[in-house]
Design a protein around this ligand. Structure first.
Ligand SMILES: Nc1ncnc2c1ncn2[C@@H]1O[C@H](COP(=O)(O)OP(=O)(O)O)[C@@H](O)[C@H]1O
Ligand SMILES: [Mg+2]
Length: 364
């Protein structure tokens, strides 16, 4: 039962602060993913938890113990990196056993532990091989095996799948998730890939320029992004964002994008004439006026079939949008589309200047 608590954690290199007063509580056995663009401070934050970077301000606690001054090896954490960092001259068994040897674990216990971990990771047939004779996925499994045998209180992953090709990445992603289910060890996972974040996380922490932008479950971030930054980062393709202006009507407020009217949820406080950003997810556009929202004329430029779905590249009053549509096995019917609907309760409104959401909670 291990929680990790970051209390106003900051990191500076010289005069440059790159992580700013981060507050984050990671619950025991939780799988938390730090996601954000390159350079936003993910690795630095993870390395402060690991003890590989000095903490410039605030405290990191593991299991209710402040570890700011505790050496990495005494923090009971195990880290898996992007570049595996395996010993090239040792075979798989000895790579996995390395940490145990250093701790002078008895020989028979090492043998049993290595065998158990190899079985979990599907490496039993490869124990005699050197890393150079393994595939990328197998190497990454060995790196994980080395972390698992230490029975750490916390797993820390820094972009562990970034060196793998797309297919293997999908497979290893599922393996990491299953491993977490099985071992139930508190895990912090860093990635720039929002798909990895969405699929792996109990909770996602979106970072932006050294700050935490939003913390939430994958579906919460998908449905209720707090800012245009999160809206534009989570989802593939991400949420469409169009510049619009609020216009009051007798039947309620709407936002105009050129001549196109978007119905907006009732509960949001905007004023007539206010400049806003309208956010609609590609998959939330509809081909039918289900909830009575007005038709939105589109100018369709391109249909990209993906299989069961297609991406319609279009413009609304000159502003680019991507719309996801069902193909039902054929895309001919999509090429003639000239209007779509944006269901009122799925439309998000953001302040044009700050990018902060104005919309209330979905459905509220
Ligand atoms: N040793 C260092 N000295 C100075 N700046 C650094 C150092 N390490 C990282 N940085 C800076 O800190 C910021 C955050 O880096 P990092 O945590 O590696 O980002 P991420 O992992 O999100 O890509 C970046 O702007 C990076 O240039
Ligand atoms: Mg990094």
């Amino acid at each position: 039962m291990t929680s990790v608590i970051l209390d106003k954690v900051a990191k500076s290199y010289g005069n440059l602060e790159v992580v700013h007063n981060i507050d984050l509580t990671i619950e025991s056995q939780e799988f938390v993913v730090l996601v954000g663009p390159s350079g936003c401070g993910k690795s630095t934050t993870l390395r402060m938890i690991a003890g590989l970077e000095e903490i410039s301000g605030g405290t990191v606690s593991i299991d209710s113990r402040v570890v700011n001054r505790v050496a990495p090896k005494d923090r009971d954490v195990a880290m898996v990196f992007q570049n595996y960092a395996l010993y090239p001259h040792l075979n798989v068994a000895n790579n996995i056993a390395f940490g145990l040897r250093i701790r002078r674990t008895p020989k028979d216990e090492i043998a049993k532990t290595v065998a158990d971990v190899a079985a979990i990771l599907g490496l039993t047939d490869y124990l005699d091989r050197r890393p150079s004779d393994l595939s990328g996925g197998q190497r990454q499994r060995v790196a994980m095996g080395r972390a698992i045998v230490r029975r750490p209180k916390v797993f820390l992953f820094d972009e562990p799948l970034s060196n793998l090709d797309a297919k293997l990445r999908t497979q290893m992603r599922a393996e990491i998730k299953q491993l977490h289910k099985r071992l139930d060890v508190t895990s912090v996972y860093v990635t720039h890939d929002q798909v990895e974040a969405m699929t792996l996380a109990d909770r996602i922490v979106v970072m932006n320029d050294g700050y935490i932008e939003q913390i939430g479950s994958p579906m919460d971030l998908f449905m209720n992004p707090v800012s245009t930054f999160v809206a534009g980062f989570i989802g593939s393709p991400p949420m469409n964002q169009m510049q619009g202006v609020v216009s009051g009507t007798p039947s309620g407020k709407q936002v105009m994008i050129g001549d196109a009217a978007f119905a907006i949820p009732d509960n949001i406080s905007v004023s007539d004439g206010q400049q806003v950003v309208v956010g609609v997810r590609p998959e939330h556009f509809s081909m039918t006026p289900d909830d009575g929202s007005p038709a939105i004329p589109i100018s369709l430029n391109l249909v990209e079939p993906l299989g069961s779905e297609a991406l319609l590249h279009a413009t609304i009053a000159g502003q680019p949008v991507i719309i996801k549509a069902e193909t039902n096995g054929d895309i001919k019917h999509l090429s003639g589309i000239s209007q779509v609907y944006a269901p009122r309760n799925l439309v998000k409104i953001f302040d044009a200047e700050s990018g902060v959401v104005i919309t209330g909670q979905h459905g509220s």
